[in-house]
Design a binder for this molecule. Structure first.
Ligand SMILES: [Zn+2]
Length: 895
């Protein structure tokens, strides 16, 4: 609210007449007890969405853009004392992520106190149950309303304009109840960038022959996976959501989505399917109640096609709900059927009504019409939201106590259902950067971490001082258990012959296995002298004294944090060698792949900055080891063949940007050169890029110049890609792009896994893997560690011209965490393999080693290969002399 501005009185009468929302409450002409005369005048000056945007929300073919929606929200905030607008911060692409806070003026005036109450409730350590009862009676619940995260699901983002207008202007039993007894925290968009991209494209293509739907990722890096970022919190928008949870402690979170058009018209809870025992029972029950309250409202409004008992989303956190349920917030998911090209009616093909027509308990009244429109979406969104708000406002005291307080209190006092006492993170770790990244995620999600001041024994094992202990008796015990434990995904079917209910893509959320941290789950209580960790930082490292002129700096290759050191060396054009075998120096053993860097002041500066950032120790030796190896090519040029609209490619871009990799996205224009080798040393083909994506690409008749980078390059381009490798380029293919590489170069390999889910399926799991750490692609890897496998392939090499870099074990346990059906099919098969093709090299990664940037313990497999292919072999004497093989501009020196 902004009180200094004089009221602008346009359309005041119309505004009052346009108050009627989706429920049947009649507007009351007089101002409520909370409205002063001046405030009433300002409220009357608030234009309706139709006045503001020039069309009614839900009008066929018309979409309000995100920036216009924000303008409208800010305008209402200026004129209404029920509405505040706050900027949270810039998005990935620099748009504005904001929130709209809506409540009665008296609540907005005491917002600090209401937030303080929520904070006290959410902290069972400082609040007794009696005090919590009193606080719950004094406070009001916060209703976090996330209008959209999937940007192609445009209807909800239109409906909120009507919703906010109604709450800001109407005086009725409904609005009085909601405003007086709750605080609405509206996030107009959880992914503003995507809404800009989608709706701008939609508007730009109006009246043209081009497709109206946006072809590329609608979040720069994650696309539709923007909703699969709830364990690593890689994206700034995901961290904003986390910050809003911490700031306001919502008791109910309403997350609005749209779905396909073949099923019910809207899904409301109860949910169906499998749940994790880590998810608090109360949270599920409270949103089941809300969902049924909404179903009642739909019935009362004569709206049909309301479904429930669907979306089994509580096994892991990849799904819409994310982290919220673990805080005690009830997550109320609504999914509304979509229409054609975002904003045009869906008509049934055969004239029959849309959606299932048999009444069942999960769809009491089938939808009887053959048409479904954007206006229907807007209507259904409003009914579902008003019902959620009404339930929350009417049950505030219970929700505040049962959700916000009782859930963390239960874990603090009773621990977790599995009976686990604690997780112990040994002070001795292969990858200290991985440990840092894991503990940082725990810290972000308010998990209490303790560090041992002295050595202790747990489950018969001795741990040194400095080891970390995460006890389960803590407010976030359930969450810590979810992300630190290993999973055994249950085999559940809806009927005897039905397929196993699989998760969407993640049957496990184990951070330790994904990142490469040794963590022990300890059931028996133990004593240890502990201190609370107040701030998680990378380990502190100091540079060693500068070695003599004949010496060198050494960087070990085990940690994936090393990638950032290497890219800094590349960026500064510092000669960088790698030992091809293990060696000893000053009594310390260094493995194959150790980085050897000349002891120049410039190198020292770069190493000091980069190693401090990742907390990895650089060492120094006065005599450079005499070991044959390679020198990395200065400024190795990386191309990323990512595929338009292909999410794995987006994640790969994010990772490259984070790690400072010198890369460009491979474009159709690149194929107009004489040769791709002019541009790139290494081309990475993201998972999901097929031959068709390369050869056919986007159709210029359907997508204009803006997407020309993704046009097809034809058979000629396909042959150029072959030539790129044969002339010395390095090609790395990830996941199901291995098949593309196999087709491209006729690699001697064949698929090992059956196509049938009944025979083999993982649902997205971590499977044990054996590595050959002597192979340059696996330098620094342990002999075994799990890899991520979702729905791609394992391979058999058909002759011995290729080298096996890693394979699934021939004996013993294969599943490390998650689910595996048909272990016998994958036993002993090849995952990562390397091939010499002409003068070039190809490495194929059958499993998705970069899947959503989660399985970071495997990253070195990719980055080793990115730099190794273009590197020059160096004999032992030349390494010892650190004799350059390249000129500074990357050309090989003649010998
Ligand atoms: Zn969605």
């Amino acid at each position: 609210m902004l009180k200094t501005r004089p009221p602008l009185l346009y359309g005041a009468c119309v505004a009052l007449l346009a108050l009627v929302g989706a429920t049947a409450t009649a507007p009351v002409a007089s101002a409520g007890p909370d409205l002063t005369r001046a405030a009433a005048a300002r409220a009357a000056s608030i234009p309706t969405p139709e006045q503001h945007f020039g069309f009614k929300m839900g009008t066929e073919g018309k979409l309000a853009s995100y920036s216009d929606v924000l303008k409208y929200m800010k305008l209402i905030a200026e004129r209404s004392d029920r509405v505040d607008y706050q900027t949270v911060g810039p998005t990935t692409m620099g748009n504005e992520y904001g929130t709209v806070i809506i409540s009665a003026p008296k609540n907005l005036r005491r917002l600090d106190r209401l937030v303080e109450i929520n904070q006290k409730l959410a902290d069972p350590r400082g609040t007794t149950p009696e005090e919590a009862r009193r606080l719950a009676a004094e406070g009001v619940p916060f209703y976090h309303l996330e209008a959209t995260i999937h940007s192609s699901e445009v209807g909800n983002g239109q409906a909120i304009n009507d919703i906010v207008h109604r709450l800001a202007t109407e005086d009725s039993d409904f609005t009085r109840n909601v405003l007086n007894n709750s605080v609405v925290v509206l996030v107009p968009s959880q992914n503003p960038d995507g809404q800009q991209l989608i709706i701008d494209h939609f508007n730009r293509t109006a009246g043209t022959d081009y497709r109206r739907t946006y072809p590329d990722l609608y979040h720069k890096y994650t696309g539709h996976d923007d909703n699969r970022d709830w364990t690593m919190f890689t994206q700034v928008e995901a961290r904003y959501r986390l910050e809003l949870e911490k700031k306001y402690r919502p008791a109910i979170v309403h997350i609005m989505h749209q779905k396909g058009n073949s099923g019910s018209r809207i899904f409301v809870p109860p949910y169906g399917g499998i749940t994790s025992e880590n998810v608090p029972a109360n949270m599920s029950a409270s949103v089941s109640a809300i969902g049924q309250h909404a179903a009642r409202a739909f019935a009362a409004a004569g709206k049909t096609g309301v479904g429930s008992l669907d979306y089994h989303i509580f096994w892991t956190l990849e799904q819409p709900v994310g982290y919220f349920p673990f805080t005690g917030a009830g997550v109320y998911l609504t999914e509304i059927a979509s229409v054609t090209d975002y904003a045009y009616p869906q008509k049934s093909q055969d004239g029959r009504p849309l959606g299932p027509q048999q009444a069942r308990m999960n769809l009491i009244e089938p939808y009887r019409s053959d048409t479904w429109t954007l206006a229907d979406i807007v209507d259904y969104a409003k009914i579902a939201t008003y019902a959620g708000m009404e339930y929350t406002a009417s049950n505030g005291e219970k929700l505040l106590y049962d959700n916000l307080y009782a859930v963390p209190h239960e874990y603090l006092t009773k621990g977790v259902p599995s009976g686990t006492f604690a997780f112990v993170v040994d002070a001795e770790q292969r990858d200290t950067y991985a440990t840092f990244e894991m503990l940082q995620r725990l810290e972000w999600t308010e998990v209490e971490i303790d560090r041992a001041k002295t050595a202790f024994v747990a489950d018969g094992k001795r741990y040194d001082a400095g080891s970390y202990v995460i006890k389960m008796h803590q407010p976030r015990g359930n969450w810590a258990h979810q992300v630190l434990g290993t999973d055994r995904y249950p085999e559940v079917r809806d009927c005897g012959e039905c397929p196993v209910l699989l998760p969407y893509a993640e049957a496990t959320t184990s951070l330790p296995l994904q990142l490469g941290v040794d963590v022990a789950e300890v059931r028996t209580p133990f004593d240890a002298q502990l201190e609370r960790v107040t701030s998680v930082q990378p380990p502190q490292v100091t540079m060693p004294p500068a070695p003599s002129a004949k010496g060198a700096y050494l960087v070990r290759p085990e940690s994936y944090g090393t990638i950032q050191i290497v890219s800094a060396l590349q960026d500064a054009n510092i000669p960088t060698f790698r030992g091809g075998k293990g060696f000893s120096a000053k009594g310390v053993d260094y493995p194959a792949g150790t980085y050897i860097v000349p002891a120049t002041p410039q190198a020292r500066n770069v190493l000091a900055t980069a190693s401090a950032k990742v907390g990895l120790q650089v060492t120094a030796v006065d005599r450079t080891p005499k070991v044959a190896g390679v020198q990395l090519k200065p400024k190795t040029r990386v191309g990323l063949l990512r595929g338009v609209g292909n999410m794995p490619g987006g994640w790969d871009m994010w990772q490259f940007d984070q790690y400072g990799i010198n890369y460009d996205v491979v474009s159709a224009q690149d194929f107009q050169r004489k040769s791709l080798n002019e541009l790139y040393d290494t081309i990475v083909v993201s998972s999901g890029v097929s031959r068709d994506d390369i050869v056919e690409g986007l159709d210029p008749a359907q997508y204009d110049e803006a997407y020309s980078w993704a046009y097809g390059v034809g058979e000629k381009g396909w042959r150029m890609l072959q030539q790129f490798v044969r002339k010395g380029g390095t090609l790395l293919a990830i996941g199901d792009s291995v098949q593309t590489a196999q087709q491209l170069l006729d690699l001697p390999m064949k698929p090992a896994l059956p196509n049938d889910d009944d025979e083999f399926v993982t649902g997205g799991s971590l499977l044990n893997q054996e590595f050959d750490p002597d192979n340059p692609v696996a330098w620094g890897m342990p002999e075994s560690w799990p890899v991520w496998l979702y729905d791609t392939q394992a391979w058999e090499l058909t002759d011995d011209s290729g080298e096996v870099v890693s394979n699934y074990p021939a004996e013993g346990e294969i599943l490390a965490s998650g689910y595996l059906r048909g272990a016998e099919h994958i036993r002993g098969t090849t995952n990562v393999a390397s091939f010499d093709v002409g003068k070039g090299q190809v490495v194929t990664y059958g499993s998705e080693i970069t899947f959503r940037t989660l399985p970071r313990a495997q990253y070195n497999l990719l980055y080793n290969a990115i730099y190794h292919g273009p590197a020059a072999e160096v004999d032992a004497t030349a390494v010892q002399q650190l004799r350059p093989q390249f000129s500074p501009d990357g050309a090989l020196l003649k010998r």
